[in-house]
Ligand binder design. Structure first.
Ligand code: ZN
Length: 141
Protein backbone atom coordinates (compact mmCIF):
# COMPACT_ATOMS: atom_id res chain seq x y z
CA UNK A 1 0.00 0.00 0.00
CA UNK A 2 1.41 3.37 -0.99
CA UNK A 3 0.00 6.76 -0.16
CA UNK A 4 -0.16 9.63 -2.61
CA UNK A 5 2.73 12.03 -2.07
CA UNK A 6 4.16 14.92 -4.05
CA UNK A 7 6.30 13.65 -6.88
CA UNK A 8 8.39 15.32 -9.52
CA UNK A 9 9.65 13.98 -12.85
CA UNK A 10 13.25 15.03 -13.53
CA UNK A 11 12.73 14.30 -17.21
CA UNK A 12 9.83 16.59 -18.10
CA UNK A 13 9.25 18.34 -14.74
CA UNK A 14 5.80 16.78 -14.29
CA UNK A 15 4.59 17.60 -10.78
CA UNK A 16 1.71 15.82 -9.06
CA UNK A 17 0.54 14.40 -5.75
CA UNK A 18 0.26 10.79 -6.85
CA UNK A 19 0.89 7.13 -6.06
CA UNK A 20 2.46 6.60 -9.49
CA UNK A 21 6.06 5.45 -9.60
CA UNK A 22 6.60 6.36 -13.21
CA UNK A 23 5.87 9.62 -15.01
CA UNK A 24 2.61 9.38 -17.00
CA UNK A 25 4.01 11.89 -19.50
CA UNK A 26 7.46 10.50 -20.32
CA UNK A 27 7.75 7.19 -18.43
CA UNK A 28 10.78 8.15 -16.34
CA UNK A 29 10.81 7.27 -12.62
CA UNK A 30 9.14 9.90 -10.46
CA UNK A 31 11.12 11.36 -7.57
CA UNK A 32 9.44 11.99 -4.23
CA UNK A 33 10.18 14.72 -1.68
CA UNK A 34 12.55 12.48 0.26
CA UNK A 35 14.73 11.93 -2.81
CA UNK A 36 14.64 15.63 -3.70
CA UNK A 37 15.67 16.59 -0.15
CA UNK A 38 18.45 14.01 -0.24
CA UNK A 39 19.75 15.33 -3.57
CA UNK A 40 19.49 18.83 -2.11
CA UNK A 41 21.61 17.67 0.82
CA UNK A 42 24.28 16.31 -1.55
CA UNK A 43 24.27 19.59 -3.53
CA UNK A 44 24.55 21.63 -0.32
CA UNK A 45 27.47 19.49 0.77
CA UNK A 46 29.25 19.92 -2.58
CA UNK A 47 28.62 23.67 -2.37
CA UNK A 48 30.11 23.79 1.12
CA UNK A 49 33.16 21.79 -0.03
CA UNK A 50 33.69 24.22 -2.94
CA UNK A 51 33.33 27.23 -0.63
CA UNK A 52 35.75 25.75 1.94
CA UNK A 53 38.39 24.83 -0.64
CA UNK A 54 38.19 28.19 -2.40
CA UNK A 55 38.34 30.11 0.89
CA UNK A 56 41.45 28.13 1.88
CA UNK A 57 43.08 28.64 -1.53
CA UNK A 58 42.30 32.38 -1.62
CA UNK A 59 43.65 32.67 1.91
CA UNK A 60 46.81 30.77 0.97
CA UNK A 61 47.40 32.90 -2.11
CA UNK A 62 46.91 36.19 -0.29
CA UNK A 63 49.49 35.07 2.29
CA UNK A 64 52.03 33.91 -0.29
CA UNK A 65 51.48 37.14 -2.28
CA UNK A 66 52.32 39.16 0.81
CA UNK A 67 55.59 37.22 1.13
CA UNK A 68 56.39 37.68 -2.55
CA UNK A 69 55.60 41.41 -2.37
CA UNK A 70 58.21 42.05 0.29
CA UNK A 71 61.09 44.31 -0.81
CA UNK A 72 64.02 42.32 -2.14
CA UNK A 73 61.78 39.77 -3.87
CA UNK A 74 60.93 42.03 -6.81
CA UNK A 75 61.97 39.35 -9.32
CA UNK A 76 59.30 36.94 -8.10
CA UNK A 77 56.83 39.74 -7.63
CA UNK A 78 57.08 40.79 -11.27
CA UNK A 79 56.60 37.19 -12.35
CA UNK A 80 53.56 36.62 -10.16
CA UNK A 81 51.61 39.87 -10.36
CA UNK A 82 50.25 39.97 -13.96
CA UNK A 83 48.08 36.85 -13.63
CA UNK A 84 47.23 37.47 -9.98
CA UNK A 85 44.03 39.41 -10.60
CA UNK A 86 42.73 36.88 -13.11
CA UNK A 87 43.46 33.96 -10.80
CA UNK A 88 41.66 35.78 -8.01
CA UNK A 89 38.74 36.40 -10.34
CA UNK A 90 38.48 32.70 -11.20
CA UNK A 91 38.79 31.64 -7.55
CA UNK A 92 36.07 34.07 -6.50
CA UNK A 93 33.89 32.90 -9.42
CA UNK A 94 34.29 29.28 -8.23
CA UNK A 95 33.49 30.47 -4.70
CA UNK A 96 30.27 32.06 -6.01
CA UNK A 97 29.55 28.81 -7.86
CA UNK A 98 29.79 27.08 -4.48
CA UNK A 99 27.41 29.62 -2.97
CA UNK A 100 24.85 29.11 -5.77
CA UNK A 101 25.18 25.31 -5.40
CA UNK A 102 24.61 25.64 -1.66
CA UNK A 103 21.59 27.88 -2.28
CA UNK A 104 20.10 25.48 -4.83
CA UNK A 105 20.67 22.45 -2.59
CA UNK A 106 19.47 24.31 0.51
CA UNK A 107 16.22 25.32 -1.21
CA UNK A 108 15.64 21.69 -2.22
CA UNK A 109 16.24 20.46 1.35
CA UNK A 110 13.92 23.09 2.86
CA UNK A 111 11.06 22.90 0.34
CA UNK A 112 11.35 19.30 -0.93
CA UNK A 113 10.93 20.79 -4.41
CA UNK A 114 13.33 21.46 -7.21
CA UNK A 115 13.83 25.10 -8.10
CA UNK A 116 14.49 24.85 -11.84
CA UNK A 117 15.48 28.51 -12.19
CA UNK A 118 18.16 28.16 -9.49
CA UNK A 119 19.23 24.82 -10.95
CA UNK A 120 19.64 26.26 -14.46
CA UNK A 121 21.41 29.31 -13.09
CA UNK A 122 23.84 27.01 -11.29
CA UNK A 123 24.44 24.87 -14.42
CA UNK A 124 24.82 27.94 -16.68
CA UNK A 125 27.19 29.52 -14.18
CA UNK A 126 29.26 26.32 -14.08
CA UNK A 127 29.43 26.16 -17.90
CA UNK A 128 30.46 29.81 -18.20
CA UNK A 129 33.06 29.24 -15.52
CA UNK A 130 34.35 26.09 -17.24
CA UNK A 131 34.56 27.90 -20.58
CA UNK A 132 36.35 30.81 -19.00
CA UNK A 133 38.80 28.51 -17.24
CA UNK A 134 39.46 26.64 -20.50
CA UNK A 135 40.12 29.84 -22.47
CA UNK A 136 42.29 31.14 -19.64
CA UNK A 137 44.38 27.95 -19.45
CA UNK A 138 44.93 28.08 -23.25
CA UNK A 139 45.81 31.76 -22.98
CA UNK A 140 48.56 31.34 -20.37
CA UNK A 141 50.19 28.16 -21.70
ZN1 ZN B 1 8.16 13.05 -17.12
Amino acid sequence: MTTAVFKNCFGCDYKEVTEERRCPQCGKPLQDEKTIRMLGGILSFLGLVLITIMTLVINGISHSTRVVDRPGHYGESARNTPNGTLVYGILIAVLLMGVSTLLTGGTMVVTGRRNLKLLWFMIAFGLVLGGFGYVFSRFIS
